[in-house]
Design a protein around this ligand. Sequence first.
Ligand code: DC
Length: 231
Amino acid sequence: MALPFHTEPIVIAIDGYSSCGKSTLARQLASCFNCIYIDTGAMYRAVTLFLLDNRVDINEVTSVEKSLDNIHISFVRSGGSNITYLNGVDVEEQVRSLEVSQNVSEIAALSVVRKKMVALQRIMAGHNSVVMDGRDIGTVVFPNAKIKFFLTADDNVRAQRRLNELHKKGDIHIKLEEVLTNLRHRDMIDTSRKDSPLRQAEDAYLIDSTNLSIEDQLEVALQYIKMKISD
Ligand code: DC
């Protein structure tokens, strides 16, 4: 499917809570419309990995700021998915580790980190049509995006979905309770931080995926896009 509004680039912003299916929907839409997909969560995860590996004290803003000059993040498309690179090294697996997941929200709450990531996200999008998912895309990164989604789902359902993913990857010892606790902790930090907290943009379309399959969710999103572009 091609975007029917090719004259000017279009931004599809997808925000929402952790493990709501944002990246699944973003990937599907990028593929439908043959445009770039940028997973901004992976960028905060890459920063977290760097700071952990280099034992940078995150309470020392100056040290974090200095470290940011040594962090270069890029994505390489491979077989329909995006691989995250940190300083030229494939870190796709490492950025999804539990250790990174347990620390990323604190790091994503730092204004110095956000300032740099937001600037980079805008550069990465350039003047292309793009699907971007995260927590502040429709509110901060691209407040003028024509199409905005806000995804939510029951947290037990989200935790179960995340657990299934982790089990598939071979992390068979992780328990539902652990995943749920991490998820709630991240939601709490993401929604309560001072700098660009997670919230639904006024003009974002809410999708509650609690009872939706992946296919249903895509269908709902496509219907909305069709309606929006024929406005
Ligand atoms: O989407 P994710 O779980 O990979 O995101 C990891 C963390 O990064 C999550 O705690 C929220 C944060 N994040 C953010 O603050 N802003 C974004 N645009 C994307 C992610």
